[in-house]
Write a protein that binds this ligand. Structure first.
Ligand SMILES: CC(C)(COP(=O)(O)OP(=O)(O)OC[C@H]1O[C@@H](n2cnc3c(N)ncnc32)[C@H](O)[C@@H]1OP(=O)(O)O)[C@@H](O)C(=O)NCCC(=O)NCCS
Length: 168
């Protein structure tokens, strides 16, 4: 997907990885060392946001499937659903913007790109919500700005119903 001078695409060998730095060691190390392996093993698909003027990777996120246990959803949501053991969802496991590119709307762009992709995927394979893992309170506050709700049994795991995403 293209957003002005930025383009999102699946991670490939051509993308420069070593330079990326979001300032959170675990997220940087994952991107430098683990993301490609996870991709090859089918554990997650990393997507990168590339600045087409420089070729630099300014952000990334990962997508995987996950099963949502009904007990972790608010009753207001499960009330309208059948009594299945689990519900299918899509996990944004990690999302980060390079610290040199912060505060310019790229985090919002990256999240909207991920949600758009999740919505498209949910039209090909069942997924009733997008789940995110926020690593701390600041990240949780970032997601809550966009309407993400807390799962009842996780302080830092949030969800957004696909029906809400379709309306965005
Ligand atoms: C969280 C993160 C992705 C935001 O990226 P960014 O490019 O600075 O964000 P944007 O410029 O798009 O900001 C979008 C909006 O979110 C707000 N925002 C940004 N960071 C925020 C935070 N930590 N808490 C609350 N709100 C935040 C901005 O003020 C902005 O609001 P506005 O539209 O009213 O101006 C980035 O700070 C980051 O990579 N952090 C380290 C990794 C991380 O915590 N990832 C998230 C979970 S794993």
């Amino acid at each position: 997907m293209t957003h002005g001078r930025y383009r999102s695409e699946t991670l490939g060998e051509r993308h420069p990885r070593a330079d990326f730095s979001c300032g959170v060691e675990a997220l940087d190390r994952y991107f430098h060392q683990q993301a490609g392996q996870d991709q090859r093993r089918g554990l997650a698909v990393p997507y990168v946001l590339v600045d087409t003027t420089s070729g630099a990777v300014v952000g990334y996120y990962t997508l995987s499937t996950l099963s949502i246990v009904p007990a972790s959803l608010p009753v207001a949501v499960t009330r309208r659903l059948p009594r299945y053991q689990t519900f299918p969802g899509i996990l944004i496991g990690r999302l980060a913007v390079d610290q040199r590119a912060r505060g310019q709307g790229l985090g919002a762009m990256l999240l909207m790109d991920a949600l758009r992709r999740c919505l498209d995927l949910s039209r090909q394979i069942g997924a009733m919500a997008v789940v995110v893992d926020a690593r701390d309170e600041a990240a949780r506050a970032f997601y809550e700005r966009y309407g993400f709700l807390r799962l009842v049994d996780h302080d830092y795991r949030l969800f957004l119903p696909m029906a809400t995403i379709a309306q965005l």
